[in-house]
Design a protein around this ligand. Structure first.
Ligand SMILES: Nc1ncnc2c1ncn2[C@@H]1O[C@H](COP(=O)(O)OP(=O)(O)OP(=O)(O)O)[C@@H](O)[C@H]1O
Ligand SMILES: [Mg+2]
Length: 408
């Protein structure tokens, strides 16, 4: 039964039928469409030569054993910050004839001082050289720091440290300490710091806070153009089997992903989901309809994340607006009073006592900030006066479906 698939791509080769999942006709190497996938081949990094050259210039001194500039890389999500930083740092390490090493820290995972120094120490420590071990837990912050500096001094000629998603750090201390470690004579080899964030407001506050104590160069990668998004996806074409992607698929995915801002993550995710949709249907090719399915899927996921922490009343307000929009009278904008009325009906259906008009208005304002709703003042003429109107920015069916699926 599975024999014809074996030649295919190695799937369907396991004797136990439970694991004998046939390979599909769509993907050749799906891994290439994973967000964390870092291409080894530099040709697969598209349209960022200037950014890479700028970064290389700042960190260049470490190759000769000198202190490099620290760098802050910030900009919108999916603009290649993590990819480019990792890639350039890896190349610096490879190009150096000295024992330069690097560490990558995802601050979502390591967000206290102690966690950061522990993880850094563990990444640089070679117990044979330092005659010290660094346990995951159990020591004081001071000891972790000391062992980290010992490891760096003993095992390396210099280090490049990437702190990605640095806005997740509990405070600025680790950054400030690391950036001044050489001046403060805590370390005797150069330490170059590369901090990354997509929260632009956070970075502006951070820069104001640490202005005099953290001296760093800025790099701000701009969102990609639709053309570059297309090239990025072209460069991942080999994730698919030959001739699987129909002609219009990549341009359409680029247009969808570029609609908000040029977000390469979104582009690649849509392409992967479109491939999955095609595989699920047992189709031989990925077509533009699969992109539509993928777009809906992406919107569902995004909205699902947005409402993950919503209270039941917030959810009911959104449901009310979605249901008003789905009423089929063609209207998309509703007055506050209409929304409130519909919300009380939804609350009734759920045996919940409704919140006051005022509270609901506040909730609507909160969602307006999350790009789920838009509110605007509208003048309805002398008799009706000025009203605030509310409009859903997402597909109402998606809003309804996601809410119904997640409701307890
Ligand atoms: N110039 C590029 N060439 C090829 N692939 C790219 C390029 N830029 C980004 N990508 C791909 O797009 C995805 C998102 O990129 P990356 O993770 O670097 O974005 P980011 O700016 O760090 O986003 P975030 O702020 O959300 O962390 C990754 O899969 C990455 O491989
Ligand atoms: Mg990133």
């Amino acid at each position: 039964m599975a024999s014809e698939k074996v030649e295919d791509d190695g799937a369907g080769q396991f004797a136990d039928p439970l694991f004998d999942i046939p390979g599909d006709d769509i993907f050749r190497n799906k891994d290439m469409l994973r967000v964390g996938w870092v291409p080894e081949d530099e040709d697969m990094i598209v349209g960022r030569d200037d950014t890479m050259a700028e970064l290389a210039e700042y960190i260049n001194p470490i190759l000769a054993g000198n202190q490099p500039d620290h760098v802050i890389i910030y900009g919108k999500t999916g603009t290649g910050k993590s990819l480019i930083t990792r890639h350039v740092v890896q190349r610096a390490v490879a190009a150096s004839s000295a024992e330069v090493q690097h560490a990558y820290i995802d601050c979502k995972q390591y967000h206290t001082d102690t966690q950061v120094f522990t993880e850094l120490g563990r990444q640089f420590n070679d117990p044979e050289q330092t005659e010290q071990t660094i346990p995951e837990t159990g020591l004081s912050t001071g000891i972790y720091k000391k062992r980290f500096y010992d490891a760096v001094d003993t095992c390396t000629d210099g280090v490049l440290i990437i702190l990605d998603e640095m806005d997740k750090l509990k405070n600025d201390d680790a950054i400030l300490e690391l950036s001044r470690a050489v001046e403060d004579r805590k370390a005797s080899v150069p330490i170059g710091l590369l901090v990354i964030s997509n929260r632009i407001g956070y970075i502006e506050n951070f820069q104001a806070r640490v202005e005099s104590s953290f001296d760093a160069q800025d790099i701000q990668p701009a969102p990609y153009s639709v053309k570059t998004l297309r090239e990025i996806m072209e460069s991942r074409r080999s994730a698919f089997k030959p001739d699987v992607l129909k002609d219009g698929v990549i341009p359409k995915a680029a247009a969808v992903a570029g609609a908000e801002h040029g977000d390469a993550r979104r582009a690649i995710r849509i392409l992967r989901h479109a491939g999955q949709a095609a595989a699920k249907e047992d189709a031989e090719q990925v077509n533009e309809e699969h992109i539509d399915i993928a777009r809906r899927e992406a919107e569902k996921n995004r909205f699902g994340e947005t409402i993950q922490n919503a209270t039941p009343h917030e959810t009911l307000v959104l449901l009310a607006i979605a249901n008003l929009t789905l009423r089929n009278d063609g209207r998309k904008e509703f007055k506050q009073s209409e929304v409130y009325e519909r919300y009380t009906e939804e609350a009734d259906k759920n045996d919940t006592a409704p919140l006051s008009q005022r509270r609901v208005r506040d909730l609507v304002n909160d969602y307006a900030l999350l790009d789920v709703l838009e509110t605007e003042k509208r003048n309805y003429g002398k008799q009706s006066g000025i009203h605030r109107v509310i409009q859903l920015l997402l597909d109402p069916e998606i809003v309804r479906d996601v809410i119904e699926a997640t409701r307890i």
